[in-house]
Design a protein around this ligand. Structure first.
Ligand code: PRT
Ligand code: ZN
Length: 294
């Protein structure tokens, strides 16, 4: 019987949809039902284990899943608070669910520097990460552990400042709080244990990694086509973010214009296009790339 690879994913929440989308882009076909703990991938020997994000590092470490997708913040916290050393390590950074774990305090109060945290109360859902930070900074403060709604702690009088995740900053602003220090930057990561896998699973896992890598690379990679004055080709090539050796094709009926085509591996901004235009580039097209394999 074919062994099935098991991937632990968040069932519901901020990571869930992007994790499903990533795997679907990798060619995995599956349906998520409301109540199920397992979703079967129809076209590959893979099962998806759908759980709360906090359980993902220990499930990977304890062999309930072979790999998992989780926020780096959760992985680091679980590693710090777990009694045994967790065998769950970052294999790939996935580039979505970016956020920061920050210290923030009520606006207009003098708690605007970590030195001033001594002997104060800090509310957080990340006691492991916060304690490590405070120990490294040699600051003694009281941690008030909360499971959620950490941003309310100062206004209800149970803490002087908070240590919480921030993405847009709107929640902090709505609660009159201001960030004064970032202690961890986070994004979704793919994690794996150091356990060795059967040859069969190993081959399948390599295939999944190669596809994920291809999806991540192709999301920023663009195919650029433009017409350029022949004598400006070198300067124009230098301006194309993350491209090497473009294809240059003569343009029918024009002696001094060429068509240039290149794969750009870095983000292309409007500013890049404006600079290209200043050098004489015309008819600039930036096209998405759906799949890549090198
Ligand atoms: O139920 P389960 O335990 O699986 O989910 P959860 O409720 O613990 O986690 P969830 O779904 O809220 O978040 C999952 C992961 O998404 C986190 O562990 C982070 O890695 C990542 N992430 C990215 C975030 C945010 N952005 C984020 N903004 N997690 C939480 N937030 C919170 C933030 O603390 C604030 O309270 O969202 C609120 C809005 O943020 P602002 O700054 O945009 O206002
Ligand atoms: Zn959670």
């Amino acid at each position: 019987m074919t062994e099935r690879l098991r991937i632990a994913l968040q069932k519901k929440g901020r990571l869930a949809e992007d994790s499903f989308k990533l795997l679907r882009k990798c060619g995995l076909r599956f349906t998520i039902r409301g109540d199920g703990l397992l979703a079967r991938v129809k076209n590959m020997p893979i099962d998806l284990l759908l759980v709360r994000d906090d359980d993902i590092p220990s499930f990977v470490a304890n062999n309930a899943a072979d790999i998992g997708i989780v926020g780096e913040n959760v992985l680091v916290e679980e590693q710090l608070v777990s009694n045994d050393k967790l065998d769950a390590n970052i294999k790939m950074r996935l580039g979505f669910s970016k956020c920061k774990l920050c210290l923030a305090s009520p606006e207009n109060n003098e708690l605007d520097n970590i030195i001033k945290l001594s002997n104060t109360r800090i509310a957080t859902s990340y006691p492991g990460v916060l304690k490590k930070f405070l120990d490294e900074e040699k600051i003694k403060a009281k941690l008030v552990e909360m499971k959620g709604a950490v941003e309310l702690a100062p206004s209800i009088g149970i803490a002087d400042s908070i240590c919480d995740l921030v993405s847009s900053g709107a929640t902090l602003e709505a609660n009159g709080l201001k960030v004064f220090r970032t202690i961890l930057e986070s994004e979704a990561v793919l994690i794996q244990s150091k356990r060795s896998l059967s040859a069969e699973k190993g081959i399948l896992l390599k295939k999944v990694f190669r596809r994920i890598d291809g999806v991540i690379k192709s999301s920023e990679t663009k195919y650029v086509m433009l017409n350029a004055p022949r004598e400006k080709v070198d300067e124009i090539t230098e301006l194309l973010p993350g491209s090497d050796s473009p294809t240059i094709v003569p343009l029918a009926g024009s002696d001094n214009l060429v068509a240039l085509q290149a794969v750009c591996t870095e983000k292309i901004l409007w500013e890049n296009l404006e600079e290209l235009k200043l050098l004489g580039a015309r008819a600039i097209l930036v096209l998405p790339i759906e799949k890549m394999m090198s």
